[in-house]
Design a protein around this ligand. Sequence first.
Ligand SMILES: NC(=O)C1=CN([C@@H]2O[C@H](COP(=O)(O)OP(=O)(O)OC[C@H]3O[C@@H](n4cnc5c(N)ncnc54)[C@H](OP(=O)(O)O)[C@@H]3O)[C@@H](O)[C@H]2O)C=CC1
Ligand SMILES: N[C@@H](CC=O)C(=O)O
Length: 320
Amino acid sequence: MQHYDLDVKVISVATSRHGFLYREEGLNLPALLELATQKRPLTEHPGVRHWANVLEGLQATGGDVLAEATWTNLRDAEPAMSHIRAALSQGIHVITANKGPMALAANELLLLAQEHNVQLRMESTVMAGTPVLSTVREGLAGARVRAVRGILNGTTNYILSAMAAGRGYAEVLKEAQEKGYAEADPTADVEGYDALAKALILAAVVFGHTLKPDQVKREGITGVTKEQMQRAVDEGKRIKLIASIQAVSDIGSAPLEARVEPVALPLSDPLAHVEGAMNALTFETDTLSQVTIIGPGAGRLETGQGLLADLIAVAGALNR
Ligand SMILES: NC(=O)C1=CN([C@@H]2O[C@H](COP(=O)(O)OP(=O)(O)OC[C@H]3O[C@@H](n4cnc5c(N)ncnc54)[C@H](OP(=O)(O)O)[C@@H]3O)[C@@H](O)[C@H]2O)C=CC1
Ligand SMILES: N[C@@H](CC=O)C(=O)O
């Protein structure tokens, strides 16, 4: 991190099986990874304090930044919601890849961050490390976004791309899970809930609106048959899971119309050519017409990139 003049010390690590570990002088990450690989308790790391309960550990210790990457829960966003609320209330900056709290309560949590004078950043929640949210926040500052439309789930795009090449659904889903693209429960991917969550996050970040999950029309890809895929290919089309949001009128705070559904796209549509775990999002703006961002939408390294960019942004603000 020399390039950024940044010296990062990881003082806590928490997981559901190992609880919350803390060492003020910093943890030895290669040693922790080695323990995890050997399926040994992380408490074997020398000199750590330990809490079985993550929230108790967090409240008893502290730090500058919490990186929240527990599993995404789109029903009530727990346990991440409690972790994020606790950290922000303690004056700790939060960076997160977790879609649950951002989909259900982005505006409320951003307000909480503001009240405590800390940052809440969430780049990885939409298109993993591909910089969509920072583009909206910084690159498109001042432009009016009228609509967004794109491919927001890597797992389903990976499955649909392979099915278009003649492969079977179940085999490819297993592959997407092995590659770390799918959610802990892949129903969230294939039934369109993950793309819906990202649409809710975009509604909050791009349009400043809080949409509820039942305000988004949702259809996943489990109903897409091999025959439909083949027919689309024969007609020069590709079936993609498309998420779209648009303001219903041009007036400032107009309500939004949002949907997630499989669509047969003609090859003249750039989204038809987005393959595998790649994602893409087109912003319809008043000043630049269309701006499209294409990049990896899933994967552990790709998600880590988004968290790293958020961490560097938080550190940059701390150093000013
Ligand atoms: N993978 C991807 O492509 C992307 C993922 N994301 C999001 O990033 C997050 C992490 O993804 P991924 O690493 O793939 O997910 P995993 O399901 O592989 O890991 C989730 C982690 O959360 C830990 N955990 C669960 N409950 C708790 C708890 N109560 N307290 C502390 N830790 C807990 C688990 O601990 P343990 O190991 O002990 O079970 C596990 O280490 C998810 O929210 C996901 O939706 C976002 C964009 C892309
Ligand atoms: N399961 C998600 C991971 C990233 O958000 C996906 O497949 O896109």
